[in-house]
Design a binder for this molecule. Structure first.
Ligand SMILES: Cc1cc2nc3c(=O)[nH]c(=O)nc-3n(C[C@H](O)[C@H](O)[C@H](O)COP(=O)(O)O)c2cc1C
Length: 304
């Protein structure tokens, strides 16, 4: 099995924020974590409406901060800001397929179409910081252009220390199954990502030669799975206590007005598959008051 620091939690926009990372950390002290993506424009501009621009990572253990953008010099500046905030490495998003990032901003997955620009962005980040720089990408733009290995070689030449590959193309979005080939011979370590949900899945990519495994959606509503994969914890007896702690952290971080509606999706994931979870979701979706939300969680999970 991989060492725990070869197991990565994936960047999930709107999900792997500081509160969720704190919860994950309780269960898996040694895993490597990637933040949700942060725009280089927002970060360098220190936009006030984006609270993660002000995160400090000193107390977060092995956490890589992910940036996205297409502006070579701003990406370097953003990398430096994140290094100064305590990130242990910088991850560059080269796989996000959403139009706001990939088409309109010419960033994320679009960089799979422009390897020269990708290389310049990596070089700019590598020059700006003393910590490692990685990229996270997909197999390619579409079925006819599965050229991720070329991008990885350029990344290596540009100074990247490792790369993560999600076994889908940009055109696939999140449909179908993630399919990775046995790890090819490449100059830097490769972390496997996509549909890894069990210890057996992780062992499979290790046998295929990959250097680590990155887990995303499998941790939604069950952050302890990361600890289970690492052998550092088991499923907690009362999930309600985890949900309550998660909510408290979000209230502290975002304030009540923003945190209560943001927590609804987590409440749905934590309760998925449990008896009466549909009714619980309906109730929670109408609540705007933090104390009422805490009480609804306590009632649902019978927390005293
Ligand atoms: C809601 C959501 C948000 C995501 N946000 C990001 C992101 O900010 N940066 C990134 O590189 N990938 C992002 N991804 C992709 C995931 O990191 C991961 O590559 C993908 O979900 C496949 O892994 P999984 O099957 O383990 O979830 C996101 C995926 C989802 C579903």
């Amino acid at each position: 099995m991989f060492k725990n620091n070869q197991i990565f939690t994936a960047p999930l926009a709107g999900i792997t924020d500081k509160p969720f990372r704190k919860i994950l950390r309780r269960f898996a002290p040694d895993v490597s974590m990637v933040t949700e993506m942060i725009s280089c424009h927002s970060l360098v501009g220190m936009h006030k409406n984006c609270v993660r621009n002000f995160d400090n990572y000193d107390d977060e253990g092995n956490v890589g901060a992910q940036i996205f953008g297409a502006d070579v010099s701003l990406m370097g500046e953003a990398a430096k800001i994140l290094q100064d905030a305590g990130a242990k490495w910088i991850d560059i998003n080269m796989g996000c397929p959403v139009p706001k990032v990939a088409t309109r901003a010419g960033a994320g997955a679009f960089l799979m179409k422009n390897h020269a620009l990708a290389g310049r962005i990596i070089e700019s980040c590598v020059k700006a910081v003393q910590i490692p720089v990685s990229i996270k990408t997909r197999l390619g733009w579409d079925e006819a252009h599965k050229d991720w290995q070329d991008l990885v070689r350029i990344a290596a030449l540009s100074g990247a220390s490792f790369a993560t590959v999600h076994g889908r193309t940009r055109a696939q979005g999140y449909t179908g199954n993630a399919v990775l080939p046995p790890k090819p011979n490449l100059p830097i370590p490769i972390i496997a990502n996509g549909d890894l949900r069990t210890v057996a899945d992780i062992e499979r990519v290790q046998k295929m030669g990959y250097d680590g495994a990155m887990i995303g959606r499998a941790m939604l509503g069950q952050p302890w799975v990361i600890g289970e994969f690492c052998g550092t914890c088991q499923k907690p007896e009362n999930v309600g206590l985890v949900a309550l702690e998660h909510l408290e952290l979000m209230l502290e971080y975002y304030g009540e007005r923003a945190a209560v509606p943001m927590f609804r999706k987590h409440a749905a994931w934590y309760s998925a598959g449990m008896p009466n979870s549909a009714q619980f979701r309906i109730n929670v979706n109408q609540i705007t008051d933090a104390n009422k939300l805490k009480q609804a969680i306590k009632d649902f999970w019978s927390v005293d």
